[in-house]
Design a protein around this ligand. Structure first.
Ligand SMILES: O=C(CO)[C@H](O)[C@H](O)COP(=O)(O)O
Length: 297
């Protein structure tokens, strides 16, 4: 088997290595000349053996993915398959499937979880699309997923869009879990009763109800930077949490933990809070309560 892989960033480069290690030939294309195997998308398509060409797209979601899918629609022919493995919005999937279907090219969407550790540990995969296409690509999914039973690291979640929908919910859960660990860490550290905060979090790794990989990563982060003094309290988001909350609103599903964890990230980026200024001003207005003067500009 020989596949194409577009996008050789943190995720794509490691995935190329893992797929190759499983004995599948991979031709990768990236705009970065230091990592690419071929100089262009055209060259990538030409390098693939004739027949059913398989191209895995692993580029940032949104406009970049959209552009690559459009380019591939002009280069591939009937019977070929495109897999979007990026963190794309699930509602982008059906338009991409329709565009490719116009020339007989198949489409699968794949949610891929595992981050930079996936090379070593394997990637959790959530796939949407036609059963026959999933079966064709299965050797690649098997190469990427963690060792062990397929059902514990791979799911064919449903029709087109289901893979990215599942990944969106997965990332929403990720937001909530991280926020809960983070708040617990702050609370432990705020009281001088627990004298070994790092040791407490480290001890939670075995036997406790809250043990998890994310907890292990928090322990690792605290080992590397005790007190987390080297990093700013600024947290970005790349869309999946917002989409999760939007979807929950559409479906009237209460997601208080996930939405609060998303809003906590927004708050992390504020130098000052207009809302809390307004609360302070209102307390002063109705109760004559003291306000703290703004620091000098
Ligand atoms: O998909 C992932 C992990 O599962 C990515 O790391 C994702 O980018 C994290 O999302 P965000 O940037 O919104 O925190």
């Amino acid at each position: 088997m020989h596949i194409g892989l577009v996008g050789l960033g943190k995720m794509g480069a490691n995935m190329r290595s893992r797929i190759r290690a499983a004995g599948i030939e991979v031709t990768g294309f990236d705009r970065n000349p230091d990592v690419t195997d071929v100089p262009s998308l055209e060259a990538l398509v030409e390098a693939l053996p004739a027949g059913q060409r398989i191209v895995w797209v692993m580029v940032p979601s949104g406009e970049i993915t959209d552009a690559v899918v459009h380019d591939l629609a002009g280069l591939l022919t009937a019977g070929d398959i495109v897999i979007d493995g990026g963190n794309s919005y699930y509602q982008d999937d059906q338009p991409h499937a329709d565009l490719l279907a116009a020339t007989g090219v198949g489409f699968l969407d794949a949610g891929v979880s595992g981050g930079v550790w996936g090379l070593e540990n394997g990637y959790g995969l959530m796939v949407g699309g036609d059963e026959a296409l999933v079966a064709t690509v299965m050797p690649v999914f098997d190469a990427l997923r963690p060792e062990g039973p397929r059902a514990e690291g791979f799911v064919h979640a449903g029709k087109v869009g289901a893979g990215h929908f599942a990944k969106m919910v997965h990332n929403g859960i990720e937001y909530g879990l991280m926020q809960a660990y983070a708040e617990g860490y702050e609370l432990l550290a705020a009281k001088d009763l627990v004298t070994d905060v790092h040791g407490t979090v480290r001890a939670w790794q075995r036997g406790t109800v809250v043990r998890s990989w994310l907890l292990e990563l928090l322990v690792k982060a605290l080992e590397q930077d005790p007190g987390l003094g080297e990093i700013d309290d600024w947290v970005e988001d790349s869309g999946e949490g917002r989409w999760t909350v939007d979807e929950a609103i559409d479906l009237a599903v209460p997601v208080p933990v996930i939405s609060a964890s998303l809003f906590a990230r927004f708050a992390s980026r504020q130098e000052e809070s207009p809302a809390m200024k307004a609360v302070a001003a209102l307390r002063q207005q109705f109760g004559g309560h003291a306000v703290k003067p703004a620091p000098p500009a």
